[in-house]
Design a protein around this ligand. Structure first.
Ligand code: ADP
Ligand code: MG
Length: 205
């Protein structure tokens, strides 16, 4: 099984991903957690350029392709082998992020970004993607003042990010669960587990 946690910055994705992975392990699953971009050597180097504090000019299309490069490496080096070995993969961000951040909120055509995603992942889609939805003010409060290169893009950009995720969730429907991330940590985790069980009635199988 392949699960993805995606959505706006500061919504609580990483917090919930860790709790979800713990639960899957308690259910007897062999779980590996990855971060996109990241986890591989190449992905880590891409991540430093994409999110780091530097003055290197990066065009939006270059940015999209760098995310895709990291993703391709993650799929080939880690995700595919893990799935082939019967592991459950839980990934922090994946294909939706690029469609939204560089497509809907950036100036690229979301459909073009989907095409490149298809090439980067060789068509490997998650069984279920949780899309975290949260108002931008609350997300901003949770993020605090330390921001990375993406997180520093300002409120108008993040409004487009939020709307983009919701539009893509509507477009896909199957394989996507929108999670209201405004509640407390326990309540959100319960909603995530319910969504997982509704698709996989027996997570221990
Ligand atoms: P993301 O990975 O989506 O950017 P994080 O999981 O890193 O979000 O959470 C951002 C911050 O918000 C962290 O300090 C975390 O402890 C806090 N947080 C996470 N979930 C909640 C919640 N439901 N209510 C309040 N604060 C939260
Ligand atoms: Mg995170």
């Amino acid at each position: 099984m392949f699960f993805v946690f995606d959505g706006v910055d500061g919504a609580g994705k990483s917090t919930q991903l860790n709790l979800f992975a713990d639960w899957l392990r308690e259910c007897g699953r062999d779980v590996v957690c990855y971060t996109d971009p990241g986890t591989t050597e190449l992905g880590g180097q891409m991540r430093s350029l994409l999110l780091g504090d530097h003055q290197v000019p990066i065009h939006m299309r270059s940015e999209m392709l760098m995310f895709m490069t990291a993703r391709c490496q993650l799929v080939e080096e880690l995700i595919k082998p893990a799935l082939a070995n019967g592991k459950t993969v839980v990934c922090d961000r994946y294909v939706f992020s690029t469609v939204v951040y560089q497509g809907h909120a950036g100036d690229l055509d979301p459909d073009d970004v989907w095409k490149v995603n298809q090439i980067a992942t060789a068509g490997l889609m998650p069984d279920l993607t949780f899309i975290f939805d949260l108002d931008i003010a609350t997300a901003g409060e949770r993020m605090g003042t330390l921001r990375d290169r993406m997180e520093s893009r300002g409120e108008a950009y993040f409004q487009r990010v939020r709307a983009g995720f919701l539009r893509e969730a509507e477009r896909w429907q199957s394989g996507v669960a929108v999670i209201d991330a405004s509640g407390d940590i326990e309540g959100i985790q319960a909603a995530i587990r319910r969504a997982a069980v509704s698709i996989f009635p027996k997570p221990t199988d």
